[in-house]
Design a protein around this ligand. Sequence first.
Ligand SMILES: Nc1ncnc2c1ncn2[C@@H]1O[C@H](COP(=O)(O)OP(=O)(O)OP(=O)(O)O)[C@@H](O)[C@H]1O
Ligand SMILES: [Mg+2]
Length: 464
Amino acid sequence: MLTDNAQLALHGALWELDQDIAVFAKDEPLLVATVLAYAEQLMEKVKLRAASAPRLEAFTGANYRVGADDFPISGFEPARKARGSALVMTFRKPSEVVGNHIAKYQAMRLAKMLMAYDFMRRLNPFAELGGFIFTFMGDGKPGTGKTTLIQMMAGLLNDYCKVANYPFRYANLSIDNVDSYQGKSGQNAKAFINNVMDPAVIGFGTVDDIDQVAGKRGDRQSSAGQQEITAVLMEAFAGANTVVRGNCTFGMFSNYPENVDDALRQRAGARFLVDGPQSREDYIDILALLLGKNHSIPLGEHELYAAQEIKRAVAASFEGHSVPHEDGLKAVWAEVEARVGPLDTLAKLGTYLKAIQEADERFTGRAIKNITDAVKVRAMDFELPDEWMEVPELFLFKGYDEKKAMISDLRRPITVEMVVQEINRYADSEFRYADKSDEVAIENMVRDFGRQEEAKRRYLEGKG
Ligand SMILES: Nc1ncnc2c1ncn2[C@@H]1O[C@H](COP(=O)(O)OP(=O)(O)OP(=O)(O)O)[C@@H](O)[C@H]1O
Ligand SMILES: [Mg+2]
């Protein structure tokens, strides 16, 4: 790249392109591919050069857009007209998800939050103010509605984006992306990340059944491909180069979160327990829902879907975390409370955190970061009005600063209850994974011993 002056830079670039075309462009389709590949390479190189060049603020500090071509220029970020992907998947409405109150509520809010992204500024006010969920993890037993939840969130985003005419991209990283060729799995994962993070689109990336796709480091059972994927995801979710613009979010889902690498799991900023239908009411609701309409069986004494009313259910779920649920954490809580009384100051809350860390060494700085992020999410815990999504002029199409001000107005102050609940919610989930990890291994061994005993008994019986 020649950078002596603009003229020379242009000539240099065109000369290179000409060389490439001569070598690679044997026919029309190859010509297009060659030009595109060259343009991408050039943008990459310019960006690299810019990274070490001084006095660029005047250029990088402002955002431009060529209106006629809808072509944004913000610093040295590569830009091209982005297209969303046409989605072929089943969408679910929120009313078709039974139970999973917190997960469902957060997913619905997150979908709206993503829409606040400003394409001009390439930033989301939620990402700036705090309270944006960049990565989250949903865990729960098989068949509790994890995939259903993905279908719901993708459906919401697809609808909102259609109204606002924003490009929307959904991608899932699946077991198909684990390849036995060295380096290919990592490349697949990288492509998945880049596709979703493209600042010119609203993106939603999922890794359904992540325990199958990513491996645990040091685990003999995980393949090289899985390890590559783990490394790429770790870097993308919280590496040195991660920029959270708030245009996309990543959800990881699993039945076996204890099989996911600790460091990767902790990169999930938010945790949702996806435990599916729980109460008697839930079971009646899901039966009625899935049975469909082609019957005349009376409903009986029951108010259909009342238990799914989201505000009520969520408030109850959050309050449920005012005390811990897992046995390990309960013990810590009791000990700390006996020692310092109710947790109503930062000092006492900090004492609780330290006590948790003594019980579970994985409770590091990142855990505290995740908890405070979750608390900030709660402070942002207001519904963006539905009308804002339906009539884009009301909010979506306003300028960045105006959007930010509108959001700030809705913010609630952080309370000590929120902090306690979020500590418990996070720590419970870590204890849940830890307890399970050991428990699963022990249970398996017990079952094996049992089988051996039984086999021996039958064998001896047969002989005798
Ligand atoms: N909470 C729920 N609300 C509504 N339907 C549900 C719920 N949970 C499960 N179902 C029904 O059961 C089927 C299986 O659910 P889903 O595929 O979402 O489970 P999953 O948690 O992804 O399971 P797995 O861990 O095995 O992938 C769905 O097609 C849906 O009809
Ligand atoms: Mg599933």
